[in-house]
Design a binder for this molecule. Sequence first.
Ligand SMILES: [Zn+2]
Length: 717
Amino acid sequence: MNTSDRQFGFIGTILRGALLGGLAIGFYGVAEMKVNEMVGLTQPLRIWSFIIGVYVVLGLGFGIASGLGSWMLRRLAPGLRGDALTLGGIWAGWTLIYIGLPINDRYLPGILAPKSLAVNSLLALFCLGLLGLIHRNLAGRRGLHFLLSAIATSFCLGLMLAGGLYIDMFVAGSAEATTSPLLAGTLTFVGALALWILFARAAGSISGARPLLGGLASLAIALGGLALGGSMVQQSEHAPVKVIADGAGKPNVIWLVTDTVRADHLGTYGYAKPISPHLDQLGTGGVVFEKAISQAPWTIPSHWQMVTGRYAAGKSKVLGAEFQTFAEVAKQNGYDTAGFFGNYSIGRRSGFSQGLDFTVDGPVMIFFHLLFDKLPLTHALHALGVVPDDTILRWLHRHTFLEGESVRSNILVSHAIDWIDERPAGQPFFVLMNFMDAHDAYDPPEPFRSRFAPGVDPLLGFVRYNPEDGDSIDSDTFIRDRLPKLKERDWRDIVSLYDAEIAFLDSQIGRLLEHLREKGVEDDTIIVLTSDHGELFGEHGLAYHFKSLSEEETHVPLIIRAPGKLPAGQRVKSPVELNDIVPTLVELAALEGAEAGDGTSLVTLARGDQAEDQNAVVFTYLVREPRKKFPHTNPGHLLGARSGNRKYVWSSTGMHEIYDLDADPNAHDNLEAKGGDPGDLPAELSSWRERVQLEEIQEEKMDRLTREKLKALGYID
Ligand SMILES: [Zn+2]
């Protein structure tokens, strides 16, 4: 009989369990942080401290439960070793939740369905086996040897689970990943676990005096598993770009995309509230395109199209390697290239880092969030009224939505400044940035909240994360159920929160521009500022974006400042597309090797050397799964064209739209049923459609977690 167990009674066993649990699951938190950091996915330290803290508390709970279990089991079978059993219980329980939660969430029907019961029983059996193996591995160890082995075991299991998460999340969605990422992740985990058991047992039987050997061996195997995951990512990366021209003397290019910022909310576009002093100043020093139309009303296709200058690039959820990005052109011309992205849906996972030497993108969906969102306990506490008005979920959303899952502009700007400062003098650079601040939830930091939204209920910025639902709701449900109840005053308040977010973002862009000034490279740097799409605040009975081809969603800011190359203070009234940005930059920086795209260089227009053309035709489209359940939105795929005073939207469901922009500049009065005349636009649209092969559009498969995430962001329902 072991002596150490005898010294501790019931309370002692529970306390030791709590200690082991806090240690073990805390280790998992550290492993998750490390895996995120290894792939450059950033989180502020205080967010990580909070998350690891919560993991430790969870671990305490696991440990107490396992301690209780092992105390009872030892009454039945005195041969069992208490602490080894407790640690086995902690890891078996954690692994069960860890693997079971996403599997139940993604692939299984209700918990009591026969299929779910069968799969969950198998998972439970697997974890019971894990418990047995951990017990067997640790049962012979005492004192310090036990503690060291417990730490090694926890570290390795934590790393393996976090590695599995990384493989599942990070490789998933990558176009070239040939193996099912979940399968690869599971196999890596199970394989590493099996090897760890082999090594640990061998080490235990060879020499009980060297308890670290098994731990070290398993660490090596866990790292091997991670390397395997990493190599899968490597395989999906693109061939390196060949440099064809020397970068010497070329201007730097910084391309800023302010996600979800409407043109009419900036002072330079006539907005009355002083929320954008730095962007307005940028406009004064550059060329302002008054009618820039985004090619899609949502993030993915809009970004894909603008950086390639190709309509067809916006057809898929992952940026196709066959499209040349501006970053690749810059790279060919000797530029150093980097991307700093706040929006989860763009970045390395979706092929958006094509041509970029260095990328900072949104963190993988951390297990923490999934755990809390799906944990029945959280919902049960709410249902029982233990936690009033859903405090936990709301608090978690506040703390993890913008800062945990997306990256704030202040962090991105700091990363960009650091990277720019690392460039050798005279080395031209290209920086592409996406800022998520103005995207909902609208949760502006101080002092901008107090300045532009004083006294506004902060929860209005989280209207889709409403306590009545106990969870986030998709934006269509919001439009159907919640929007009609919002009063005009509510919308004013919501807009003021959105404006305060823009003000914060403006201050951060101002910080970046100021840094360029201080560094003395302002005059050698071309700045492009635009948005991927706008936002709806109740107009047309709609909210958010990805809803329509309305002016609110497609009219975006476009400012290009190119000292010495373009006049300051010029304003262009002709309608232009974001597809025109790439050819414009290629011409301004005299770059070689750019493939022909669908856009036209705006340089002569911006210099005033070309007559304005109000009748230029611009195109935009929204491809989605046809939806008929909400009469508020025009369902089906939408293709739009505008020229002069006419705007025409073709819908795959036959609900076309015709607007007279002279009489109705915001396009609110659909003349389709009133005998409106779309002129040549239907013909223009159908020849354009053929040219860009849009008739080929098909639904692409999306992994369920991406789907979940896009749902949380309001892109799909
Ligand atoms: Zn967006």
